[in-house]
Ligand binder design. Sequence first.
Ligand code: AMP
Ligand code: FES
Ligand code: ZN
Length: 308
Amino acid sequence: MPVVCGKCRSTKAEVQIPYARLNLCPTCFVDFFVARVKKTIEEFNMFHENVTVGVAVSGGKDSAALLHAMRQIYPGIKLVALHINLGIPRYSDHCQTKIEELTDMLHVKLHVFDLYETLGVKIGDFKKTSFKEKLCSVCGTIKRRIFEEMAMKTRVQVLATGHNLEDIAGIMFNNFLYGRWEQFVRVKPVLPPLAEGMASKVKPLIRSPGNENLLYCLYEGVPFREIDCPFSKGTGVRKSAEILETLARYNPYFKHQILNRFLEIMPLLENVKPKPSLGKCKVCGFPSSSETCAFCKRINLVKQLRKA
Ligand code: AMP
Ligand code: FES
Ligand code: ZN
């Protein structure tokens, strides 16, 4: 016998939401998904409707679902899409093509920062540096700093990223296992601007599991990338994510519990180690706790290697 949708009762359910004990038809699932994104934005007071919001779109299912859902929830808000082309062979151009398709479909303006065109550097160049085993981590540092620059240039006051439930619960779990207490602030749902004139950072998909972001894209015809980044295999976070998935098989609430418990104690964690005081990077002028910021140090490394 077909399972009836737990919301509208009239149609066949296709989506099982184990942690909510719900079976939903595609239409009710899409409503459920969009309502949760809206509720999360309101729960954490992420932004007001009179600001310009930039959505950082990578080409993946999560940020594609986020941009699409935000357009549905706030049809009148000023929304722009920000993308960094990292110069990863085959992968980066494929991602950009999908994003162009998505932003054309939604009539959202897209700003692209091309790492190679702008700085003459590609992520693959770090293979020749001491970061060769840590391409993902160097990529993260570079992206974070470019997001700030793009947000300033495009006059975006709020920058939204597509970090999903597994990303956040995974990072929390990993930080917990390794006692990286000072790193917890990074996964806060809302991060205030680093300095005046900079954007705050928000994570509206913090309560949305990745598989639901994927289903939302499929049901709504949202374009997203079909290939994986060739550099992102076997990182530490990925291993913790696997442990988390295994535990979630026994307890469907596990990821939500991790997220909720750490959100509850976040104010205490913030006081575990004092925050380093932020000065300015002597090269680029962006906020930095050291004389030269992590971004400039890394870019310089590749440029020095080229000269050698
Ligand atoms: P990741 O760090 O790859 O897990 O991505 C986390 C979030 O950062 C994504 O959901 C996007 O919102 C954003 N992001 C990652 N890569 C890019 C990129 N190349 N361009 C723009 N946004 C990105
Ligand atoms: Fe950054 Fe793959 S996208 S290393
Ligand atoms: Zn710098």
